[in-house]
Design a protein around this ligand. Structure first.
Ligand code: NAD
Length: 428
């Protein structure tokens, strides 16, 4: 089976088109939702440390706000294209709608490589981005957050600039702030926990006891580690994880048939999620080529590293024992692989549901910021559980009644909620 060349916007629009056909959306609604509502493209002059002024290109794209203010990341990336940002903004609209958050989707960024910028230049760029877009974003209109190569510090500079322009403290303007300065407890855990909350519900659907299951995970970063933490608490056993190895510039999978020791493995992992290969071997882990994570004889696979990892090329290597694939990463399965998994009856929990915990928690950060009242960890994680569980149950019900897979069911729910909001507002 051959995968089509990867064109993110085309894939996103193709997916939307299929669901629009199934729902019989009218041409005007389809036209409205296929493209962003608003796009801002602007130039940001930044004085560099040597005195020269460079002009950076900034973007903010607001896909749809019929259900509430838009929300989406800001990425700093040299290869960033406007089409990618368009696709990501549209995906954010569906993501918010499927878990029933009162938000729409947006995305933005700057074409740049922050590695090439000094700290001062990065600060000027962040403040410059806000100055160009300050009238068209805000807590009640469009709420940015971190994404590729943007971090807590970038968010704080942007918040500070926004508040200076508006003459008020508005912590709900941006998410991804540190705890104590408007951030939410639970953000670190939320995405990984959300993955396993969805798996817990899927196992119930399949009548399987988590304590009698095994899993293999691609990645050992934030999402993977927290997913494993909750899964182990549910009684499950992880036998294999894979990650990038910077020294060898390749990926390895680490396997222990009696189950990995999460705390021990974390102690030999750097903050990029890369496991020290020598230490792992000395602790009795079998080191395999990176792709081996997908071939393990387990019940659950969790891709939690990158997009495009389960493709026409490796889908046939998935063991007959596998019942569930939970997409911790965004877009880890190509459409060709998806079709094959569906034929084999493997339950794929799609990214927009499986990794929703993180942006649900970002929404909570926004809500807490707007109230200037912050919740304890248990409350945040409890609310994440309720949201992910409710969303899983709704998606699973539509999948059962409509005889479709969970991905299509999630899109059906998301697109119909947004289309309905556009109707109710009298837009179309
Ligand atoms: P991270 O940077 O903390 O960890 C990434 C992990 O993937 C690391 O262990 C790294 O070694 C590994 N990796 C990189 N390339 C690999 C490869 N080719 N094969 C195997 N492993 C590889 O990232 P994260 O925050 O855990 O995010 C993981 C994925 O989840 C990304 O796709 C991200 O977009 C998505 N995601 C993250 C969040 C979040 O809240 N962190 C939310 C939604 C989606």
């Amino acid at each position: 089976m051959k995968d089509r060349p990867f064109d993110f916007l085309e894939i996103t629009q193709r997916q939307f088109g299929r669901i629009a056909d199934q729902l019989g959306l009218e041409p005007a609604v389809r036209d409205l939702l296929r493209q962003p509502l608003r796009e801002y493209h602007f130039s940001i002059p930044v004085r560099m440390s040597d005195g020269e002024v460079l002009i950076f290109r900034g973007t903010r794209i607001q896909h749809n706000d019929a259900r509430g203010p838009t929300k989406g990341g800001i990425r700093f990336h040299p290869m960033q294209t406007v089409d990618n940002i368009r696709a990501l903004a549209m995906l954010m609209t569906w993501k918010c709608a499927v878990v029933d958050l009162p938000l729409g989707g947006s995305m933005g960024g700057v074409a740049c490589d922050p590695h090439d910028l000094s700290v001062l230049e990065q600060e000027r760029l962040c403040r410059g981005w806000v100055r160009q877009i300050a009238r068209d974003v805000g807590p009640e209109w469009d709420v940015p957050g971190p994404d590729l190569m943007t971090n807590t510090q970038h968010m704080l500079w942007m918040l500070d600039e926004y508040e200076t322009i508006h003459g008020a403290r508005r912590p709900g303007f941006i998410t991804g702030k540190p705890v104590g300065l408007g951030g939410s407890l639970g953000r670190n855990e939320a995405t990984g926990y959300g993955v396993m909350i969805a798996v817990r519900e899927a196992l119930k659907d399949l009548g399987m006891d988590p304590a009698a299951t095994m899993a293999s995970v691609q990645g050992f970063g934030n999402v993977a580690q927290h997913a494993i933490e909750l899964y182990e608490r549910m009684g499950g056993k992880v036998v294999c994880v894979s990650c990038w190895d910077q020294e060898d510039r390749t990926t390895y999978a680490y396997r222990k048939s009696e189950g990995i020791d999460l705390a021990d493995l974390r102690s030999i992992t750097n903050h990029f999620g890369e496991i020290d290969r020598r230490e792992a071997e000395s602790k009795g882990y079998e080191r395999l080529p990176g792709g081996a994570w997908i071939e393990q004889d387990v019940d659950i696979l969790v891709p939690a590293a990158l997009e495009n990892q389960i493709s026409g090329e490796n889908v046939a290597k998935i063991s007959r024992r596998v019942k569930i694939i939970a997409e911790g990463a965004n877009g880890p399965t190509t459409p060709e692989a998806d079709a094959s998994l569906s034929e084999r009856g493997i339950l794929v929990i799609p990214d927009l549901l499986a990794n929703a915990g993180g942006f649900i928690c970002s929404y909570f950060e926004q809500v807490q910021g707007n109230m200037n009242y912050y919740w304890p960890l248990e409350e945040v994680l409890g609310k994440v559980d309720v949201h992910v569980t409710d969303a899983y149950l709704a998606v699973s019900k539509v999948a059962r009644t409509g005889k479709m897979d969970l991905r299509d069911a999630a899109y059906v729910i998301a697109v119909s909620r947004v289309a309905e909001a556009c109707h109710e507002r009298g837009w179309v």
